[in-house]
Every structure is written in structure tokens, then in C-alpha cells.
Design a protein around this ligand. Sequence first.
Ligand code: MRU
Length: 346
Amino acid sequence: MIDQTLLPVQFEVIDIRTPEAMHEAIHSLRVRGAPAIGIAAAYGVLLGLQDAEGKARSSIQEDVIRVADYLATSRPTAVNLFWALDRMKSVARKHADRSPTETAEILLSEAHAIREEDQEMCRAIGHFGGEFVSEGASILTHCNAGGLATADYGTALAVMFHAHEKGKKIAVYADETRPLLQGARLTSWELMQRGIDVTLICDNMAAQVMKEGKIDLVVVGSDRIASNGDAANKIGTYGVSILAKAHGIPFYVAAPSSTFDLQCPHGDQIPIEERAPEEITEGFGKRTAPEGVATYSPAFDVTPAENIAAIITERGVLRAPYPDSIRQLIAEGNPTAASPDPHPHA
Ligand code: MRU
């Protein structure tokens, strides 16, 4: 996988060979973005089955559960991680009568399927988001919800990539996204790679840029969407949604259906990851605050459904009232998804 912590200065592909290395890669954001960490974790389960041959059937089942539960502790907020791991566990359970080697092969196909489905979902999100982007539109985004954060093409950035491919002239403002600068390091890099007009701003400039009339719409990704439509995303997104509301600018969330968590009725119940103080006090190795200063570093916040003009998914655009449109989306896609999960993850 690409080591995203090194971008944009260095483009390095690293080999991940053990579940421990995968856990570390997810926790330290070498791989990051909700769909991407789900895909990475699905492959991570396979890393724990490398000695499957010759094992007892029951012990391979135990290995799958043990490795999946371990990888589930790498990050708490993005539900796609738990969604992918639950899917791997349930496929293993379904094939409990197979030999360990066969089980490993079936699980490898499942991980490939999760990755391929994500690629398709991203393209479809780009297509459905197109209706919101008119010729000459100027779009603000926060964090990175691009190809790096998914199997390919992204969610929020898919909307921009698609509009650009259709020949629309668009401009993008990318929030730098403190403290780990996913907007500066990754989003502006991805947009520049595709020849899209991108302007980098510091997070605290968004209000002024909106006031100057430079933004027509906001599009962001999400790490978990509660069944009432409240959407968790990178810290600062909630503030951007308030700014957008204050300036009469529509605010859209783009996310695949793997981001919806029907077990979570309200955004308040979404677990918010807290990151290490050093990410604030000595980001990228340089000390920028006095030794010993107290810090608080939530990595995500929750944008209330009422601030969201629409949710762009791979199966179409959802509008308020979200409890109804989300329930319908999930029921249509998977008739069993709306029933309570016997293995709650959060
Ligand atoms: O901490 P990160 O970089 O993993 O946070 C990522 C985000 O907040 C993205 O916007 C979100 O995962 C959507 S990615 C398609």
C-alpha cells in the first residue's frame, strides 16, 4: 500500500506482511480514509491466516475472529472498518465446513470483492454527485475523501473528478485540515495530479473565503452516518457545516452505503477517536507548543443532519427526512442489513 504519511514529499509503496503491521499502518494513518481502512483490514485478516494449511477447521474459525477483533481495535470511528471485518467473519462462519486452505481462499476472494465493490461505488457516487456541480462551480472540501481514502476515485473527490471528466470547469478550495494536514498533503496533491484547479487554504480561512462569495457548495466524505443522518467526519467538518449554513451555501456529504450505521440512532453515539497530544504539539517533528501543555485532540466531529442538504451515495441521492431515506436505502440494498447485528462493534 501507499504510505500516506510520506505524501506528498515521498511516494512510497510499503509491504504489510503481518496483522500487527496492518494494525500499526491503520492506527498511524499510513492507510487512512474510512473505506480504505475497511479494505486494508479485510486483507489484514488474510495476513493472520498464512499458516492455515494443516490446521483444524475450528482453529481457523478462531483465528479469523481473533485477527478480525484485533484489527477492529486499530481505529474506532470509521464504521467501514467494522463493516468489512464483520463481513469477513460472517463469510468464514458461513463456510465453517470447508478446509482451512479453502476458507483462506474464500476469504481472499471476499477481500477482493470488498475492494472491487468500493471502486464501483466510488464511480457511482461521482455520477450521482454530478447533478450538484454546475459549470464554473467552486467547491470547498475538508480532509481527504479521494482515491487515497478509498479503493480508487474517492467519495467527495469523486464528485469533482466526475465533473472535471465531463468537461465542466470547476475550482476547488481544499482546507489544509489540521493537525495532520490531509487536505494540504493529500487532497491538493490528488486534485493537482488530475489537473483540477485547486487552491489550498488554512482551516481558519474558510469563513472569509465563503464571505467573499468564492464558494458555491461544500462536499465532504464521512466516516460513519447514524440512522438519523448525523455524519461523522474529520475534525473541523462540523464547523464548516455551520459556516456553510450561515452563508447559505449547500453542504453535501458523499459516502458509500458501507458508511451507514443503523445500530447508531444518533450522532452522539458515534465513538470519536482521540489522537496523541504530539500530533498537535509537535506535528511532523517540529515542536510548536510549550513542553507539558495540556491538549485535547478529537480526530472527528459530527455534523447534524439538519446541516446536510443531501447525502450522495452509490445508489442515489438521499434527502431529509434522513431516517426514512436511509432506512429505505439500506433495506433496498440488503434486506437483512436493517436487522440488529448480533455482533455489535462500537
Ligand atoms: O483520520 P482520517 O484521515 O482517516 O480521516 C478521514 C476522513 O475524515 C475522511 O473524510 C473520511 O474517512 C471519508 S474518506 C472517503
